[in-house]
Design a protein around this ligand. Structure first.
Ligand code: 5GP
Ligand code: ZN
Length: 112
């Protein structure tokens, strides 16, 4: 499968890792939009939030359990924002479910 994030998980494309376990990988975004910008992805290929189901949602729950830890590992101390872009109107550019963790500065109050 030609999926960029699956290739990062496989180690075929290098990434600056923050955290990894059997079900997820967290790494720094190549084009950060905040002083700290980490992506968290499930190791299972799920194309987007639209692909989350009763069968695969356990890995999403695990990601949310780990996000506070990952944010701390990345150096965030004063709050953060978690975003998942899904589909065309949200400008999703990589078709493998991912959660952006943004922090390290006072973020804008509104994103729309
Ligand atoms: P989306 O726009 O789909 O919500 O987010 C995709 C994110 O992946 C973007 O913020 C983009 O900068 C990041 N990205 C794209 N290619 C790479 C890559 O090869 N390595 C890393 N670390 N991030 C990437
Ligand atoms: Zn993938």
């Amino acid at each position: 499968m030609d999926c960029l994030f699956c290739r990062i998980i496989a180690g075929e494309i290098p990434s600056n890792k923050v955290y990894e376990d059997e079900s997820m990988l967290a790494f720094h975004d190549i084009n950060p939009e905040a002083p700290v910008h980490v992506l968290v992805i499930p190791k299972t290929h799920i194309p987007s939030m639209d692909g989350v189901s009763a069968e695969n949602s356990a890995c999403v729950a695990k990601i949310f359990e780990k996000i506070p830890h990952i944010a701390r590992l990345a150096g965030i101390t004063n709050g953060y924002r978690v975003i998942s872009n899904c589909g065309e109107d949200a400008a999703q550019s990589v078709q493998h479910l991912h959660f952006h963790i943004l922090g390290g500065k006072k973020l804008p109050e509104h994103i729309v």
